[in-house]
Design a protein around this ligand. Structure first.
Ligand code: 5CA
Ligand code: ZN
Length: 409
């Protein structure tokens, strides 16, 4: 499917820095050394209740990854999916008495509009689960034929024991895995499975549910994890640089995805770093579709909130921390945006060369956007207090904020 339009990324003077980022699989920082083309896969939305601030915060984190890479003069090969068929989507469509394909299309369009408004760089390949099915079926057949998958009443399950690296992404103990599996789309209680954690690869057609030709698998639809693996392997191949998503995807989604890919290719690793964004909460609880405690990007836009202020609110929080969306954090960003805009609207100002390096250094150090904002705040405060005579400075600040933070002043 098509993605959304890209905003221009201005080139900055000097040279960008290599990204050091926290990797869930090693539990510490890794300095990434991508080739001339950096490769990133970011898990996309399941298209209903989009785009809430939790979504926006997670996509903001991976937009920064790309901006740091672009600043090092690398190209970025970015792939994102849309889970446009899955249990929760079908459940929501049924609940509301609407056609699931219409729901998915409408919400995906809204997501595109929100991403455009927030100036998130688009993926080069934006792929729906449904359009990926012809590529998924042969992978499941291969896993089954290699003995890494088995049948249970017509459904096909992946055997986690087929991957010696299973568990290395999330590094959780068996009990924690079991609890999270039940919570996040797995079925550890189903009798007859070899291991309770084994995830479904192919679900045989159910009465009244959509299904597709699965060749030797029979009619059905794909499991969740194999969807992302099929798309990532097709467009990026093994050993890509970053697998991204929110922290709720570390287990089971990214753990299972890595295992599927290891079993399919015999290669390791699937991704060089597994990067996870913290959870945004509202009223003390994780913003989630199931609880319905959501603040939508589109609702704020309709109320006239500048998308740049929404983006500054996201940037004011470190991507790895869990944080709470409140009116106050948005108000602070609105005020900051106004001050920044006034400061760069003057013909001259204090020198800005050091600022470019400060913002670069902050982002290269595990995407420390709050530190980057503080650096800009310092320049703005100096401009407000004393001004300066450097004619190019306001332009340099404006282009730095645009190129590295995605905020147009
Ligand atoms: N379609 C799958 C991924 S393949 C999925 O998880 N979709 S989603 O719509 O539920 O979430 C999309 C992205 O937003 C995921 O990376 C998820 O981790 C992230 N996300 C969901 N809720 C929050 C939240 N409250 N805070 C931060 N990120 C969130
Ligand atoms: Zn995914």
């Amino acid at each position: 499917m098509h993605a959304w339009p890209a905003s221009e990324v201005p080139a900055l003077p000097g040279k960008g820095r290599d990204l050091r980022i926290h990797d869930t699989a090693t539990g510490g920082p890794v300095t990434l050394d991508p080739g001339p083309v950096a490769r990133i896969y970011v898990c996309g939305i399941t298209p209903y209740d989009a785009t809430h601030m939790g979504h926006a915060a997670t996509y903001n984190a991976f937009d920064l990854v790309q901006r740091v890479w672009l600043d090092t003069k690398r190209q970025v090969h970015y792939v994102q999916n849309v889970t446009d068929v899955d249990d929760p989507l079908l459940e929501r469509a049924n609940r509301d008495g609407q056609d699931w394909t219409e729901l998915a299309e409408r919400e995906t369009s809204l997501f595109r509009e929100d991403m455009t408004a927030l100036r998130m760089l688009p993926p080069q390949h934006y792929i729906g689960a449904v359009e990926a099915i012809p590529g998924i079926v042969p992978l499941v057949e291969r896993l089954r034929d290699a003995g890494a998958a088995y049948e249970l009443d017509g459904d096909i399950y992946f055997s986690v024991e087929s991957d010696p690296h299973f568990g290395e992404v999330s590094r959780l103990d068996a009990e924690a895995m079991r609890l999270l599996s039940a919570e996040r789309g797995g079925d550890p209680e189903r009798p007859g499975k070899k291991n309770p954690l084994d995830p479904m690869l192919w679900m045989a057609a159910r009465e009244g549910e959509p299904h597709w030709d699965g060749r030797s698998l029979g009619p059905g639809r794909p499991g969740w994890h194999i969807e992302c693996v099929a798309i990532a392997l097709d467009h990026l191949g093994m050993g890509f640089d970053v697998q991204g998503g929110g922290s709720d995807l570390a287990f089971p989604h990214h753990e299972m995805g890595a295992s599927h890919a290891h079993a399919l290719t015999g290669e390791h690793p699937y991704a060089k770093a597994y990067v996870h964004a913290g959870m945004v909460a509202l009223h003390g609880e994780k913003m989630s579709k199931s609880k319905g405690n959501l603040v939508f990007v589109s609702a704020l836009r309709r109320q006239g909130v500048d998308p740049a202020a929404i983006r500054l609110t996201l940037l004011a929080h470190h991507y790895r921390s869990d944080w709470e969306w409140t009116d106050a954090v948005l108000d602070e960003a609105v005020e900051r945006l106004a001050r920044w805009r006034a400061a760069v609207s003057r013909p001259d100002g204090p020198p800005a060369d050091a600022l470019v390096e400060e913002v670069r250094a902050a982002l290269a150090d595990d995407l420390d956007a709050p530190a980057a904002l503080r650096a800009v705040d310092r320049w703005v405060a100096l401009q407000e207090r004393a001004g300066g005579t450097d004619e190019g400075a306001p332009g340099v600040v404006s282009r730095t904020v645009d190129a590295l933070l995605g905020v147009a002043l």
